[in-house]
Design a protein around this ligand. Structure first.
Ligand SMILES: [Zn+2]
Ligand SMILES: [Zn+2]
Length: 182
């Protein structure tokens, strides 16, 4: 296991406090990222406060993660140590249903595993912990490349808030003259 530290809510509605915990070892298809920035999403607050469903505690929130790769698994071909990388809201999915095959893992028929506040039933059954921490081990297929020379603090919120807004604009081909609400 990899020793990590982060800010966790120890129970529902609790304030975040420093917590040390373990990340899984880097598997063949994993990348380990040293986290540099993590956005704060309102759903972090909602989940700490059990507004959606009873949460898993201790909970380390954060799903707008930007950092630098420090280690890669033996089968990882698309990342190498030193690369910038991002992680959004998803940690895993079944990878075998029709939606996963189409690259629409968020609609996985067998259920997606969130970056935090979930149990990864496809891997080890253990809780996932998010980006309010110093390091994360991420499946390469749920890890994104981040270009160099951008404002990394500004990139982080694109991993949830940004893509949530951008995706429907692109899907519906919103352009000049359209009216819309966000
Ligand atoms: Zn979010
Ligand atoms: Zn699936």
């Amino acid at each position: 296991m990899i020793a990590a530290k982060g800010y966790a809510a120890q129970s529902a509605n609790a304030e975040l406090s420093l917590w040390t915990f373990d990340r899984r070892d880097v598997g063949p298809h994993d990348v380990q990222i040293e986290i540099l920035y993590c956005g704060v999403c309102h759903s972090d607050v909602a989940q700490i406060n059990n507004e959606w469903f009873p949460g898993l505690f201790p909970m380390v929130p954060g799903h707008e993660i930007v950092g630098r790769v420090v280690a890669v698994g033996e089968h990882v071909k698309n990342f190498k140590p030193g690369d910038l990388a991002g992680v959004g809201t998803l940690a895993n999915s079944c990878k075998k249903c029709a939606h996963c095959d189409d690259g629409l893992e968020v609609y996985c028929e067998n259920g997606v595993i969130p970056t935090y506040n979930g149990l990864d039933k496809y891997r080890d059954g253990l809780p996932t912990y998010g980006g309010y921490s110093n390091t994360i081990v991420s499946d390469e297929s749920f890890t994104l490349h981040i270009p160099e020379k951008l404002n990394l603090a500004a990139i982080a919120p694109l991993l949830c808030a940004g893509i949530t807004t951008y995706s429907p604009l692109k899907h519906w081909k919103v352009g000049k003259g359209h009216k819309l609400a966000v």
